[in-house]
Design a protein around this ligand. Structure first.
Ligand code: PHE
Length: 334
């Protein structure tokens, strides 16, 4: 039948043209030429349907619809294909290339040690508290029984911060010790107290292998009825042994801190040398008075440990500056 032949020719020509179109514009031209509502070649086919005899009508009508559908879907499929190709080219995305393994980092050694310290002290019943790094003189000095004329308050030995509160007569400084958090804790809670606080402290020291103008401390404070120096010694020994191993020894040397009485310097023996790890002592009654605790009822101990010291000893690091230089060759070892 001539009519059906014309349909087949139309279909073959249209499908070839669709495949040959290599971009959206070309494809649009094909659509207009073959399927255009006004002058598309599909209009001629429609006219042919009108010339079919009544017997031919059902087969012709059916075939006409088939051809129209097949050309339309070929057009749509090709459009989709071309769209994918252009976005692919634009993003240079090649699904056949092997993947790139992401580089996963790890926590800084100081952060690792601090996390372990919190866990160890948690086992001894100490909760973790935090305090601000910018402090006022009450929390850094006064409530800690450090008088105005004490050398620790020399402006040259502290980082005072120039800001509006200075003009208002309330100087502020970067805290020089985490003992500030003892005061903040006792101001806001009643005994019994058993806390540790880990964080940064700042001192304008000359920087060398064992000194930095910023380092980390762990402060500990325990206040209750009948707290004794023996308990302080036990807690520090257990702590050091849990962290570095059962062979660690702790030594106390008499010392002085304005906020503890008696005060001690704590040394740790690990291998064959003693290393100073911090200060400690029994909380001075004047400190209790400053925060409104009754020194007749309560006693307590406090300690402050240098975290970098532990970290250096633990990992055999010989220069504190390595921790802050962000040298990946150093950091990647932990
Ligand atoms: N704050 C002291 C320091 O930084 C250490 C310390 C803490 C001493 C608690 C006694 C009690 O040197």
């Amino acid at each position: 039948m001539d009519i059906l032949n014309s349909f087949n020719e139309f279909e073959t020509a249209a499908l070839q043209a669709v495949t040959a179109a290599t971009d959206a514009d070309a494809l649009e031209k094909v659509r207009v030429e073959f399927m255009g509502q006004k002058n598309g070649r599909v209009r001629d086919l429609q006219k042919l349907v009108g010339t079919a005899t009544p017997e031919q009508k059902p087969a012709v009508g059916k075939r006409f619809n088939e051809v129209r559908t097949s050309v339309s879907s070929a057009l749509d499929a090709r459009a989709e294909q071309l769209k994918l190709q252009t976005t692919k080219a634009a993003s240079d995305f090649d699904v056949t290339l092997p993947g790139e393994r992401p580089r996963i980092g790890h926590l800084h050694p100081i952060t690792q040690v601090m996390t372990e310290f919190r866990e160890l002290m948690g086992r001894f019943g100490f909760t973790v508290v935090d305090g601000p790094e910018i402090e006022d003189e009450r929390h850094n000095f006064e409530a800690l029984n450090i008088p105005e004329d004490h050398p620790a308050r020399d402006p040259l030995d502290n980082f005072y911060v120039a800001c509006a509160s200075v003009a208002a007569g309330r100087p502020v400084l970067l805290r020089s010790q985490t003992s500030t958090v003892q005061i903040r804790t006792m101001e806001s809670t009643q005994p019994p107290v058993r806390v540790v606080s880990l964080g940064r402290v700042y001192r304008p020291d000359t920087i060398d292998a064992t000194h930095s103008c910023m380092f980390h401390q762990m402060e500990g404070l325990m206040v209750d009825r009948h707290v004794t120096m023996a308990q302080l010694k036990t807690v520090l020994s257990l702590f050091a042994r849990s962290f570095l191993g059962p062979e660690v020894e702790i030594r106390f040397r008499p010392s002085f801190f304005p906020f503890t009485e008696p005060s001690v310097e704590v040394d740790m023996k690990w291998g064959d040398s003693w290393m100073e790890i911090g200060g400690a002592g029994m909380v001075d009654p004047n400190v209790f008075a400053a925060v409104g605790y009754d020194p007749e009822q309560y006693t307590g101990f406090a300690f402050g440990l240098g975290i970098e010291r532990f970290c250096m000893k633990h990992y055999g690091v010989d220069d504190i500056r390595r921790f802050y230089e962000n040298d990946m060759r150093f950091l990647a070892q932990f």
